[in-house]
Design a protein around this ligand. Structure first.
Ligand SMILES: Nc1nc2c(c(=O)[nH]1)N[C@H]1C(S)=C(S)[C@@H](COP(=O)(O)OP(=O)(O)OC[C@H]3O[C@@H](n4cnc5c(=O)[nH]c(N)nc54)[C@H](O)[C@@H]3O)O[C@H]1N2
Ligand SMILES: Nc1nc2c(c(=O)[nH]1)N[C@H]1C(S)=C(S)[C@@H](COP(=O)(O)OP(=O)(O)OC[C@H]3O[C@@H](n4cnc5c(=O)[nH]c(N)nc54)[C@H](O)[C@@H]3O)O[C@H]1N2
Ligand SMILES: [Mo]
Length: 767
């Protein structure tokens, strides 16, 4: 770690030998016992565990090794033989630990015992589990007597369907819908956009569709790093000659070329598959314009075809039978000028017409997208424009076609499905009322941004975190950390130490839990759990490794412990029986959601899992109008209210590197972007460097160019020339989070606009 940072271009494919080397380095570094390494062979298999990294689909017929480099790292990180026992916390005060970096904090290994922060010594001290529950329960009851809405129940997206269902019930029995989860920072733009356009909150494609697609379009998703197993179907598609068109400001390695580290042929020959056939380096926030350009080009071609009597390129039968809003949409597209489209997207008309041509020629099109679309002020409109584009060609509800949001955490979609949501209208509250004999709260709860606002305002008094690193993941780090310390109670259920445990309330507990890879033994024996993947399949997951410590508890058991210590006994909510046998929780989930979870206990262990019904796949539209809807066009600009304030203001995206999972930083390297030993860099176009008088390697201080009377800054970042459009910058999340204003979020979904922050740079003062 202490070596000087290194910068070099990575021109090899994603995957390949580089990937195998990275995996073996990890297994060695984390001192993984043999069983742990063997566990890899059971990753994402029907007899094994669902990977704790991303949410990408798990095939029915898995590859011999159905894991990727980053999944292997996540496994190694969890199965590490390193531990943070009670002694570790005796040796370090919390104030001291708060000066450590994200990597150092987690690198110490797994948490082992429940702890309470001791104000006098400023240390986390071991406590007995029951004592912890009793104290937390007493605090929560006292807060409830004052205001049941003053407590927030956050979930990060990993906990199983079973633990998540219990957690949402705990919040509702407690008396609020304050159930924000990481998707509030992630795909909430999807969950808001898609129900209005196609009547489902989730994507419509499955893995089988990738086998039948004729063209694939990628918007703002970094497949090689964040969902690498998806490279297999992409590589197969490319071998069939399927074009892949990518919109991304950066030339990401995994979207350029891939060699399959599990294929002997790929490994022994210099074979690599070119992934993208057309790579469009759109400006940050330029997708609305780029998508408008494609739609405009398609409509123009179709108008011509109509007048000349040649083949139509729009699916007019589909549009007539299944959609509303086409005419108004088409008019808006016809009326938008190419000058504005080219200016806002940073792409040429010719390039966009070529992309439209690829689209027009394909019978079945899949559109894939990620945070590059959702984390913008117009994140919801971005998603709606992708949907509009697909509707033009009838590409929803047709084999080989559809919309594919790539979800983040391995069970983030599933947590929403079983009721972790601040929006009461998305949860069958009447069912919960009938099943558990109580009156569930009906008032909308707090999402992530609103929870932060509540902490700042002092109306939120307590925060319970089922996993995650909330304080580090949210915007406006300095403001939030400051306000956080005024909370009365913080309780964090976690596997590893992170910053959110060190910035804490007056009363603070750190409760260590089992990870999903570990064997979960309860009264009726070893338990299975379940998760939902990005494509709507529910899978069983079986822990394989011995728990990191005997003192750990399962998340379900911790939720039940807090619930029993807080809530009056209710014979209809058998917390202990549920903990003893998760099959009973699955029965309860089925009783609450009979359509999605029919025969849950029978079906979830089937190879490949079972699929939830997705009406849009069948061209059943659960929208207000009963049809798929072209949504009104709202302009081309992604960040309408923070216009370019001057020639020195640039747009900064905050993104993930190759060696991190969100705020978990495995190392300071980002191999694919050629950066080693530091994450304190900012990538900039060479022309901008010259224009603004900077030279490579200069240390710069970054400030946010939003005039709300607050200074937001990150100091001493190293300027690194990069192939990125002019006017755009890229830096790492979470290091750049202090720059994101809390109020800078997507309209309609409140996803922080972490991909487009207006900033200024100046050379750092030398020290
Ligand atoms: N290994 C690993 N896997 C992960 C994660 C991880 O941290 N590490 N995180 C998980 C989670 S929670 C999530 S949500 C996903 C995130 O996965 P992604 O959605 O891939 O997230 P990011 O890396 O933040 O950014 C995605 C891409 O958006 C591009 N981009 C930025 N701004 C724009 C824009 O304006 N337009 C376009 N078209 N592109 C843009 C960036 O260049 C980058 O390639 O991955 C999940 N999987
Ligand atoms: N600037 C900027 N900010 C962002 C983003 C961005 O792109 N840019 N991305 C956003 C996105 S997409 C997301 S999803 C959020 C992520 O926000 P979070 O989900 O809150 O954060 P993570 O970093 O995934 O949480 C890591 C911690 O989870 C705990 N953990 C790991 N495994 C388990 C487990 O099995 N059980 C429990 N109980 N705990 C566990 C560990 O203690 C670990 O330290 O960040 C968001 N913030
Ligand atoms: Mo995410």
């Amino acid at each position: 770690m202490s070596e000087a940072p290194k910068f070099e271009t990575y021109d090899r494919p994603a995957g390949g030998w580089g990937s195998l080397k990275a995996v073996s380095t990890y297994l060695a570094r984390e001192h993984i016992p043999i069983l742990g390494a063997r566990a890899l062979w059971h990753q994402n298999k029907s007899d094994g565990f669902a990977c704790v990294s991303c949410a990408w689909a798990k095939p029915k017929k898995p590859h011999a090794a159905e894991f990727c480099e980053n999944g292997a790292k996540a496994t190694a990180w969890e199965l590490t033989s390193k531990r943070m026992p009670a002694d570790f916390f005796l040796a370090h005060t919390v104030s001291e630990l708060a000066t450590w970096g994200d990597h150092e904090l987690e690198a110490g290994g797994r948490l082992t015992v429940p702890m309470r922060w001791d104000a006098e010594s400023d240390r986390y001290l071991e406590v007995d589990w029951q004592e912890a529950f009793d104290h937390i329960g007493a605090e929560l009851r006292a807060l409830r007597a004052q205001d049941p809405e003053s407590v927030v129940f956050y979930a990060s997206g990993r906990a199983s369907l079973e633990a998540s269902y219990m957690y949402q019930l705990l919040a509702r029995l407690y008396g609020n819908n304050n159930l924000p989860d990481s998707s509030n920072m992630c795909h909430e733009s999807t969950s808001v956009a898609l129900p209005k356009t196609i009547g489902v909150p989730v994507g419509t494609v499955t893995l089988d569709d990738f086998d039948q697609a004729d063209a694939i379009f990628f918007f703002g998703q970094n497949v090689g790093v964040n969902s690498p197993r998806m490279l297999h179907p992409l590589q197969d598609a490319r071998k069939r000659g399927v074009p892949i068109v990518t919109f991304n400001p950066l030339r990401e390695r995994g979207l350029v070329a891939f060699a399959n580290p599990q294929s002997p042929i790929d490994m022994l020959t210099p074979a690599e598959t070119q992934i993208s056939t057309q790579y469009l380096q759109v400006k940050i926030g330029g997708d609305l314009a780029a998508l408008t350009g494609m739609c405009k080009a398609l409509i123009a071609t179709d108008d011509r075809a109509l007048s000349e009597g040649t083949r139509r390129v729009l699916d007019t039968a589909f549009i007539a039978e299944h959609t509303t809003g086409f005419e108004a949409f088409a008019t808006a597209m016809r009326e938008t000028g190419w000058d504005a489209i080219e200016r806002e997207s940073g792409l040429s008309r010719t390039d966009l017409e070529q992309a439209a041509d690829t689209f027009a020629k394909a019978k079945s099109v899949i559109a894939v997208y990620g945070m590059g679309l959702t984390q913008h002020r117009k994140g919801v409109q971005n998603v709606q424009m992708v949907s509009n584009l697909l509707l033009l060609g009838g590409h929803i509800g047709r084999p080989g076609a559809g919309i594919c949001p790539v979800r983040g955490h391995s069970n983030v979609q599933g947590q929403r499905t079983v009721g972790i949501s601040e929006k009461p209208e998305l949860v069958p509250l009447d069912k919960l009322a009938a099943l558990y004999g109580f009156e569930p709260p009906r008032k909308k709860g707090l999402n992530t941004v609103e929870a932060c606002e509540g902490v700042l305002a002092g109306t939120v008094r307590a925060f319970i975190g089922l996993g995650g690193n909330f304080v580090r993941a949210v915007p406006d780090t300095a403001r939030i950390e400051d306000a956080w310390q005024r909370l009365r109670l913080t309780v964090q259920i976690a596997t590893k130490l992170n910053r959110s445990h060190l910035v804490h309330g007056e009363v603070s507990y750190l409760l260590p839990c089992l990870g999903r890879i570990e064997i979960d033994r309860q009264a009726t024996g070893e338990q299975l759990v379940s998760v939902e993947d990005s494509t709507g399949f529910m899978h069983a997951s079986r822990g394989m490794a011995e728990p990191a410590a005997e003192t750990l508890r399962a998340e379900a058991a911790i939720v039940a412990g807090i619930a029993q210590a807080t809530l009056p006994p209710n014979p209809k909510v058998p917390w202990q029986a549920w903990v003893g046998d998760y099959a009973l929780v699955r029965d309860a989930i089925e009783a609450t959601y009979p359509e999605i979870f029919r025969d849950f206990n029978k079906r979830f262990t089937e190879p490949g899992g079972f699929h939830r019904p997705i009406p849009a796949r069948e061209r059943v539209w659960k929208t207000e109008s009963g049809k798929a809807t072209f949504l009104g066009y709202q302009g081309l600009v992604a960040d309408p209210d923070t216009p370019e304030a001057g020639p020195d203001v640039l747009r900064l995206m905050t993104m993930r590197g190759d060696d991190q999972f969100n705020t978990t930083v495995y190392s300071l390297d980002d191999r694919f972007r050629g950066v080693y030993g530091t994450r304190r860099v900012v990538f900039m176009n060479r022309a901008d460097m010259e224009r603004l008088g900077f030279v490579e390697g200069t240390l710069v201080d970054i400030t946010t160019a939003v005039d709300d009377g607050r200074e937001r800054r990150v100091d001493r970042m190293r300027l690194t020339p990069y192939d990125i459009p002019p006017g755009c910058l890229a830096g790492y999340y979470p290091e750049c989070n202090p720059l994101v204003p809390l109020a800078h979020h997507a309209e309609g979904s409140k996803v922080p606009a972490a991909k487009s922050i207006p900033v200024r740079l100046r050379a750092s003062a030398s020290v």
